[in-house]
Design a binder for this molecule. Structure first.
Ligand SMILES: *[C@@H]1O[C@H](CO)[C@@H](O)[C@H](O)[C@H]1NC(C)=O
Ligand SMILES: *[C@@H]1O[C@H](CO)[C@@H](O)[C@H](O)[C@H]1NC(C)=O
Length: 278
């Protein structure tokens, strides 16, 4: 711990009161969940989200319970009120990696519609965004942001993504397959960067910091039952974040796929950093 040396010296010279002051100053008392709130993403949706089978985020616990109760009908949240009144959670977990704090945010969707005329639909889908708070204990500042989409991802550096109210990275959500992108646009096909992200006048958005639920592994306090269930049947074959291989946030790569623009996975094309360590 960077402050440790000063702390020891200070205690030796000035005694107990200083110890207390230093303790509160060296980060031992830093509240990670406050960081999770401060840097939580601001999601922006396509103007057609909520119409037909274009779904807003969904409460994963509700979805899980519905499936366990034997109801396999389509679960599509078309109600923007649940988003604007912060009834839908965004799931997060954090990890210290050297001097930096990495925080992953996960959004769940009950259903993805076709991304073109006739393919791409499925039940149950998770999307993520990971942020890096550099030097988080001494002078914290938001730095890299990793945007996840379509089984791939890419990383942007400050100035190369938008922020809302200084600290919240902005992600544009694909209309049908719900990937997180740093930019809007799209041409409405299933190709990697082409899911529509036209916010239009409707300006539908989600302040994820208003309803955050921490992801926890194991069976302790605060673990919702779906978080400790490794089965993928409920999620149409997908693994929940607590069981995915990218749970270790100190072991991520900055992008995946080609650095040339292709229809298939080509996250590195819009990545500021190559496929090195995040
Ligand atoms: C999600 O749904 C469950 C019920 O399945 C409920 O207990 C929980 O409060 C909901 N979570 C949030 C954050 O609204
Ligand atoms: C911006 O963030 C500050 C600090 O969290 C908060 O007090 C303020 O209300 C926010 N402003 C807007 C426009 O959301």
């Amino acid at each position: 711990m960077a402050g440790g040396g000063y702390y020891m010296l200070c205690c030796w010279v000035f005694g107990a009161l200083c110890c207390l002051l230093m303790l509160s100053h060296t980060g031992l008392a830093l509240d990670v969940s406050q960081f999770a709130q401060d840097y939580a993403p601001y999601l922006r949706f396509d103007q057609k989200e909520g119409d037909g089978d274009r779904c807003f985020p969904h409460n994963a616990s509700d979805y899980y319970n519905t499936r366990l109760a034997g109801d396999w009908s389509r679960q599509c949240n078309q109600d923007y009120n649940t988003i604007s009144s912060a009834q839908i959670p965004t799931y997060w977990h954090a990890q210290t990696c050297g001097y930096h704090l990495h925080i992953a945010y996960w959004t769940f969707y009950g259903y993805n519609h076709d991304c073109d005329c006739c393919s791409g639909e499925r039940d149950a889908w998770w999307e993520f965004l990971v942020i890096k708070v550099r030097d988080w204990e001494l002078s914290p500042h938001l730095h890299e942001v990793m945007f996840g989409q379509k089984k791939g991802w890419y990383t942007r550096i400050p100035g190369h993504y938008e922020t809302h109210n200084v600290t919240h990275p902005v992600a544009y959500v694909g209309k049908t397959n719900h990937g997180n992108y740093h930019d809007d646009g799209g041409t409405g096909t299933c190709c990697y960067f082409e899911d529509f992200r036209n916010t239009g006048d409707k300006d539908q958005h989600m302040k994820t910091w208003l309803n955050l639920v921490e992801l926890r592994q194991g069976n302790g306090e605060g673990v919702e039952s779906w978080m400790s269930d490794p089965s993928t049947d409920v999620w149409n074959g997908q693994q929940v974040p607590t069981f995915r291989s990218d749970w270790d946030l100190c072991d991520l790569t900055c992008c995946t796929g080609s650095s040339l623009i292709l229809c298939g996975t080509c996250g590195c094309f819009k990545s500021d950093l190559d496929d090195s360590h995040f």
